[in-house]
Design a protein around this ligand. Structure first.
Ligand code: AMP
Ligand code: ZN
Length: 468
């Protein structure tokens, strides 16, 4: 499988550090609000990378943090008159609901920055001991110029960066040795959450959080580190500097970055008012539609969000769901079991779409082309499966379609919606069947309802039902 590596600016063959295993870290959101659809892009994209790697047989240790101590969280806490902890806990819970609705698998581990402060202090201390960090009145800075490879991820030249940053020196950061030095630890301000440290009561800088959480849960060397492209500089560049100077090892072998999601061809921003949370979208669409929309473009291409594209995604996804439910009906009513010779040849032909799908995914996770292969399979199934098909043939196509959609994390096997009135009618029919001592039919109805998620309870006051 090839992956585009921001470090080398090339697609490279993926070779894991440990055979059969993948150690992957994805920078998670800062939790001070409901997540927006821009935040949803890396979640969906890298969940799909994980699913595909698992499908290829890798055991993926997938770690994604929540940044739960940050200026924005503190500001929101002050605004509401509650603690920062209350804000972050609330929005972590909300974020997890959104992730579930987008069918994003929970990470193997979701570390919280506030629970890992001890490890961050240890890393900073090691950097101090090795001469890579210095303390000025309680603020600890990283000595950027000491790390010779600084700039290797963002392909920035240190001298250019320095001249570009000269202006910083006059804006109150003159206690730094160099404008490029960045904060590892900062003293607390009144009313802010803080932790004791050898330098002062305070809190960590943002970058050291990810260096530590990645090290603790995945080890000093990992396979993939990922996030949105805005994180390349300075966040990921600084993570590399800290981790490699502290551990003396290459931090991450492959760096993956998703491009941005825009709205109506403009950058999403609160001030422009073109800002959607995942919850906003959920009011109008099943979030499977949002997932489909995100995967319809390659993750390194800018993606534009618009009402038209969402409608198109909804219709496209509907076509897959319709094909799936048609296969389900055909399977139920098929008259023969065994796959015929002609059908066997057709199944061979259909397997070509899986080959195409895998080729697309192997080429730097080209989900756009992978979805095209799914549509070719849909068309093939619509054309070649009918009332005369055998159970084996229909089951084969159905399984193939479900497998491909499952890799993309698209749920296509919808539980059929059943209205309250239909339930009441079936219950009435079941009562009549029981009265007529037709217990077989009565049981059949109970089973039918159960399949649709309706549980019946026979009570003294009559039959009661509830949705599972
Ligand atoms: P933040 O909470 O700002 O740290 O962002 C969490 C993740 O969402 C990071 O990986 C960001 O790069 C990513 N992200 C933020 N805005 C967008 C956007 N408009 N499009 C794509 N990714 C984004
Ligand atoms: Zn990070």
């Amino acid at each position: 499988m090839k992956i585009y590596n921001t470090l080398s600016k090339q697609k490279e063959e993926f070779v894991p550090i440990e055979e059969g295993k993948v150690r992957m870290y994805v920078c998670g959101p800062t939790v001070y609000n409901l997540i927006h659809i821009g935040n949803a892009r890396p979640m969906i994209v890298f969940d799909t990378v994980r699913r595909y790697m698992e499908h290829k047989g890798y055991e993926v240790n997938f770690v994604s943090n929540f940044t739960d101590v940050d200026d924005k969280i503190i500001a929101k806490a002050i605004e509401e008159g509650v603690t920062a902890d209350e804000i972050s806990k609330r929005y972590i819970a909300e974020c997890k609901k959104d992730m579930a609705a987008m069918n994003v698998k929970p990470a193997t581990k979701h570390p919280l920055a506030t629970e890992e402060i001890g490890g961050m202090i240890e890393m900073i201390q090691t950097l101090m001991d090795k001469g890579y960090a210095y303390n000025v009145d309680g603020t600890v800075y990283f000595r950027t110029r000491k790390f010779k490879e600084y700039g290797k991820l963002s392909h920035k030249n240190l001298d250019d960066l320095r001249s570009g940053n000269r202006a910083l020196k006059v804006t109150g950061e003159d206690q730094k040795e160099d404008p490029l030095d960045f904060v590892l630890w900062k003293p607390k301000k009144e009313g802010e959450p803080s932790w004791p440290s050898p330098w002062c009561d305070g809190r960590p800088g943002w970058h050291i959080e990810c260096s530590e959480m990645s090290k603790k849960y995945l080890g000093e060397e990992i396979d993939i580190h990922a996030g949105g492209e805005d994180l390349v500089f300075p966040h990921h560049e600084n993570e590399i500097a800290q981790s490699e100077c502290c551990n003396g090892k290459i931090f991450a072998r492959y760096w993956m970055h998703n491009a941005f999601l825009n709205i109506d061809n403009k950058k999403m921003s609160k001030s422009l008012g073109n800002f959607f949370t995942v919850r906003d979208i959920q009011k109008k669409y099943d979030l499977q539609v949002l997932r489909f929309f995100m995967l319809s473009a390659h993750y390194r291409s800018q993606l534009n969000f618009s009402a038209e594209l969402m409608e198109a995604s909804k219709n496209a996804l509907e076509r897959i769901i319709t094909a799936e439910s048609r296969l389900k009906d055909l399977l139920k009513n098929a008259k023969t079991e065994e796959v015929t010779e002609a059908e066997s040849a057709l199944l061979d032909q259909a397997s070509e779409y899986t080959v195409k799908f895998d080729e697309a995914m192997d080429d730097d996770v080209n989900t756009a082309d992978a979805i095209s292969a799914v549509f070719e399979l849909v068309k093939f199934a619509n054309t070649n499966a009918d009332e005369n098909s055998s159970k084996g043939f229909v089951a084969g196509l159905k399984k193939q379609l479900e497998e491909l959609c499952d890799i993309l994390g698209l749920i296509i096997d919808k539980k059929e919606e059943i209205l309250d009135q239909e339930i009441e009618d079936l219950i009435a029919e079941r009562q009549a069947a029981r009265k007529a001592k037709n217990f077989a039919r009565a049981d059949e109805i109970r089973g039918e309802l159960l399949e649709k998620g309706i549980i019946l309870e026979d009570t003294r006051e009559g039959v009661k039902w509830k949705r599972a």
